[in-house]
Design a protein around this ligand. Structure first.
Ligand code: HEM
Length: 435
């Protein structure tokens, strides 16, 4: 059975008996949002598993244990990954109680065997063949955005001028959304980040819930329009697969093929997952590289370093620093007895900087061997569907920037703000200069 896409918890839960607990640490504190790594390192050095009272989650800091969790999906379900982290206020619940707010769990939050059934169809949209076909389009869009940024002159604000529009345009065109809706969709996506990974106030929750409802209705109407008239896009391919399986009147709970309501929810899911972390990845590569002039110069001189520079950024300063799971049964993890129904926060920030897994983990080094052994795209059956796409987009962007703007640098005197949430990490704005 498909669960609903977002289910708010009724309470924050309590620590498993005998488990070490932390009462003050919060991934939403300004200090952690500004620079999570020194704190994540300390947390990992103290405990590989501990209970966070502020978050109501069991926090896993150790890379091997995080991998064990990812590789044991029957015990550690992904059903909570799109849920709000804390209970919702009644007014927000009321908004989302609208009878037509009915997205179903489809990919990241769907369990086996349905997850594998649906992934067969979604995988085709992100195959190497599809990426190869998209590469020329990505390169030409990236070139055009960069031409415009250069024409507007130094200094430039990189998020607005390049890092937001490029990944958004790519995934929205892949889905088939019309370009005139890009800004509106993006603003709904910010809502979703706050809804599922932030801790909004009651008043904010209501406004966010209204935005979520609009966003879901937009996705449904879009899929309905493609149902009437197919185009050359991912949504039309999914609808063709739905129809080919057993026709438009198939049973929505059928166990083969993909159902119509699943197509709607895949569009809702991928239109969020498919751009925000890539925007952040593009910004994070520059935040890491530009202050380290020797490494930036090495990359300008030798573009073959670009690929490893992207992997090292995903390790050192990932655009996703945590993910979640919930236990389906009583189990033991790293000597802690964990009851069924316990929510887990997998701390990628501490794992990606683990000295047991990476030499000098707090140093950024684009020539690092095994930089790609990070956990930033997850592992196992839910491994990120867009990993290949993200890597390709980031490589294209970095290659072009190094080639066209070798004197690129961070503007002095800027501070970096991060959207308050427990998972996604990239600066809200990034000011750059060149000569
Ligand atoms: C730097 C960019 C990105 C990062 C760091 C990232 C990270 C992740 C992570 C950590 C997961 C969960 C993996 C697990 O549970 O084992 C995931 C799943 C997923 N990602 Fe990404 N992601 C990125 C970009 C994208 C893009 C561009 C797309 C789509 C266009 C995408 C689509 C998905 C989907 C559909 C899933 C669920 C897959 C499944 O459950 O089978 N992601 N991603």
């Amino acid at each position: 059975m498909a669960g609903s896409y977002h289910e708010a918890p009724e309470s924050l839960g309590s620590a498993p008996p005998g488990c070490p607990a932390h009462s003050t640490w919060s991934p939403l504190s300004t200090e952690y949002l500004t620079d999570p790594y020194p704190i994540a390192n300390e947390l990992r050095d103290e405990h590989s598993v501990f209970w966070s009272e502020q978050l109501g989650h069991l926090v896993i800091t150790d890379m091997d244990l995080i991998e064990e969790v990812f590789m044991t999906p029957a015990v550690y379900a992904s059903s909570n990954v799109q849920d709000p982290i804390a209970p919702l206020c009644p007014a927000a619940q009321n908004v989302l109680g609208a009878p037509d707010f009915n997205p179903v769990a489809v990919m990241s939050n769907r369990q086996e065997p349905d997850h594998a059934r649906i992934r067969v169809f979604t995988r085709q949209g992100f195959s190497n063949r599809r990426l190869k076909a998209l590469e020329d389009y990505m390169r030409s869009r990236a070139t055009k955005l960069l031409d415009e940024m250069i024409a507007n002159g130094s200094p430039a604000e990189f998020v607005q001028q390049f890092a937001f529009p490029l990944p958004a345009e790519i995934v929205f065109r892949l889905i088939g959304f019309p370009p005139e809706d890009d800004r509106m969709i993006k603003s709904w996506c910010v809502n979703r980040k706050a809804f599922s990974w932030g801790h909004p106030t009651d008043t904010e929750q209501v406004a966010i819930a209204e935005g979520m409802l609009d966003y879901w209705r937009y996705c449904r109407e879009f899929v309905a329009s493609r149902r009437e008239k197919r185009e050359d896009d991912f949504t039309s391919e999914l609808l063709n697969a739905w129809e080919a399986d057993s026709g438009p009147d198939r049973d929505p709970d059928a166990t083969t093929g993909i159902s119509y309501s699943e197509v709607e929810s895949v569009v809702y899911g991928i239109s969020f997952a498919g751009h925000d972390p890539v925007t952040a990845l593009m910004c994070n590569t520059l935040l890491c590289l530009l202050p380290r002039r020797d490494q930036w110069q090495a990359l300008v001189d030798d573009p073959s370093l670009v690929s490893n520079a992207v992997e090292e950024t995903l390790r050192y300063e990932s655009s996703q620093i945590s993910w979640r799971r919930v236990t389906t049964q009583d189990t033991t993890l790293g000597n802690v007895d964990v009851p069924a129904g316990t929510r887990l926060m997998l701390n990628f920030a501490s794992a990606n900087h683990s000295p047991r897994h990476f030499e000098n983990p707090d140093e950024f080094d684009i020539t690092r061997a095994r930089a790609n052994k990070h956990i930033s795209f997850g592992k196992g059956i839910h491994f990120c569907l867009g990993a290949g796409l993200s890597r390709l987009e980031a490589r294209i962007a970095l290659e072009l920037l190094a080639e066209r703007l070798p004197t690129l640098r961070l503007s002095g005197g800027q501070t970096f703000d991060y959207f308050p949430n427990i998972t996604f990490r990239g600066p809200n704005s990034l000011h750059l200069e060149w000569s």
